[in-house]
Write a protein that binds this ligand. Structure first.
Ligand code: FE
Length: 132
């Protein structure tokens, strides 16, 4: 198992852009169709912007029409943790990086086969490492 990564708010702020900090550390949401990866087709691995843990492969990225990068499965079952999110008058499943608890986005059950899951992510929480 990975060891948890914990840093102070000041350390995260120093490392991240203001938007990355707001989304990943304060559970913010970027505006749809504005993120750096919503339309990206580049092959590679999407890592956690905070701790670098590998989260998603471009192989499972698909066009959901939502305006946020969407995946039908994480790279590894253990990489993405979930949590019940009752904010904003809704009950949703929050997705977090299992290593550093970065907020990634939410998981919905209207995704494509074979899983039926839609991991609706914020670009700001991800860092794409293109395949070489
Ligand atoms: Fe992380």
């Amino acid at each position: 198992m990975n060891e948890k990564i914990r840093k102070s708010d000041a350390e995260w702020r120093a490392q991240l852009s203001p938007e990355e900090y707001h989304v990943a550390r304060e559970a913010g949401t970027e505006r749809p169709f504005t993120g750096r990866y919503h339309d990206t087709k580049t092959r590679g691995t999407y890592k956690c912007v905070c701790c670098g843990q590998e989260l998603f492969s471009s192989e499972t990225k698909y066009e959901s029409g939502s305006g946020w990068p969407s995946f039908w499965a994480p790279l590894d079952e253990g990489a993405v943790a979930t949590n019940v999110d009752r904010s904003h008058g809704m009950v949703r499943t929050e997705a977090l990086c299992s290593r550093c608890d970065a907020h990634l986005g939410h998981v919905f059950e209207d995704g494509p086969e074979p899983t039926g899951h839609r991991f609706c992510m914020n670009s700001a929480s991800l860092k794409l490492e293109p395949e070489t």
